[in-house]
Structure formats: C-alpha cells, structure tokens
Design a protein around this ligand. Structure first.
Ligand SMILES: Nc1ccn([C@@H]2O[C@H](COP(=O)(O)O)[C@@H](O)[C@H]2O)c(=O)n1
Ligand code: CDI
Length: 159
C-alpha cells in the first residue's frame, strides 16, 4: 500500500457584509470571511491537505482566484472536485483531521454538521473525519478577531 500524508493551512480575514461559512455550515455572526469564493477556510485547508498528499499542488493552482467561475462558489463544490481528482488517481482517503483557529464564534454546536458535509463530499464514513476548534487565548490576529485560520492533515492510500 502506497500511503501519503498531506497538510493544509488557510487564513481568511473577517469583513462586513459577508457570510460566515465554515465546513459548509452557514454560521450566524456579525461579520463573515472575505474571499473570491465563499471563503470556507476549513474546506480550503482540507482541499490543500488532500491535494498535497496526492502531489497535485494546491487549491490556487486548480481554482485560480482570477477565474470568474469561482467567484462566490460553494467550497463544497471545490472539495467534491478534489475528491474526484484523488479517485481518478486511484487514491482512497483514510482519515482527515482538522483544526479551526477562531476566537469567536463558538464552533462546537456546528462541528457535527461540518463533519457530515466533509464526509459526504469525500464519500467516506463520518468517523474518519475529525474537526476541532481552538481559540488562541486572544493572542495574534485570530485572537484579535481579525480573521480565522484552519489547518488540516490527511492520510491517503492506494494499492
Ligand atoms: N471558536 C471556538 C474555539 C473553541 N471552541 C471549543 O472550546 C474549547 C476550548 O477552547 P480553548 O481555545 O480555550 O482551548 C475547544 O476545545 C473547543 O471545543 C469552540 O467551540 N469554538
Ligand atoms: C478558493 C479560491 C477560489 O478562487 O478563492 P478564495 O476564496 O480567495 O480562497 P483562497 O483560500 O485564497 O484560495 C484561492 C482560490 O482557489
């Protein structure tokens, strides 16, 4: 079995008049995240982890932010596309583990829905997808509430 690990990291800044979409969940909050797409920072980190594991570059290479096709796009579509690229390469996803780094809002009430979306889009069992959240104890740009970061790791394999 050819096993590969991957890592992804993404950051988006808060902005007025934007939605806050994380893991495909629309979270009520006074500000949302700025981006060319729906700025789903968690799904972007997971896309990058999967692409990295398969040696397929990164999200910006596959979905350039200069391409109007991706303006406002639901990042679940991007994740499903990445899952298709991996399947085409003969890869199966073992597990995904991700961390959302946000001072606010509270992610805990939304984690189960996020896991469900990610597992459905990857075509894997929900117990192979783990999503966590942490504050940075008010330190740094996330702690000051300027934006949200996310990190993800994954394991993929093929015979
Ligand atoms: N945006 C967040 C941040 C954290 N959580 C949950 O709270 C727990 C404690 O966070 P600390 O940063 O104080 O370690 C954390 O383990 C998460 O369960 C959250 O839901 N949303
Ligand atoms: C997702 C893409 C799609 O155009 O746009 P953004 O929402 O700006 O997100 P980013 O994490 O900067 O990755 C770049 C792009 O691939």
């Amino acid at each position: 079995m050819d096993l590969r690990i991957g890592h992804g990291f993404d950051v988006h800044a808060f902005a007025e008049g934007r939605r806050l979409v994380i893991g495909g969940v629309d979270i009520p909050h006074p500000v949302g995240l700025l981006g060319h797409s729906d700025a789903d920072v968690l799904l972007h980190a997971i896309c990058d982890a999967l692409l990295g594991a398969a040696g397929l570059g990164d999200i910006g290479r596959h979905f350039p932010d200069s391409d109007p096709r991706y303006r406002g796009i639901d990042s679940r579509e991007l994740l499903r596309h990445v899952a298709g690229l991996l399947r085409a390469g003969g890869w199966r996803t073992g597990n995904v583990d991700a961390t959302i780094i946000a001072q606010a809002p509270k992610m805990a009430p939304h984690i189960a829905a996020m896991r469900g979306h990610i597992a459905a889009d990857l075509g894997v069992a929900a117990d192979t997808v783990n999503v966590k959240a942490t504050t940075t104890e008010r330190l740094g740009f996330t702690g000051r509430g300027e934006g949200i970061a996310a990190e993800a790791v994954c394991l993929i394999g093929r015979d």
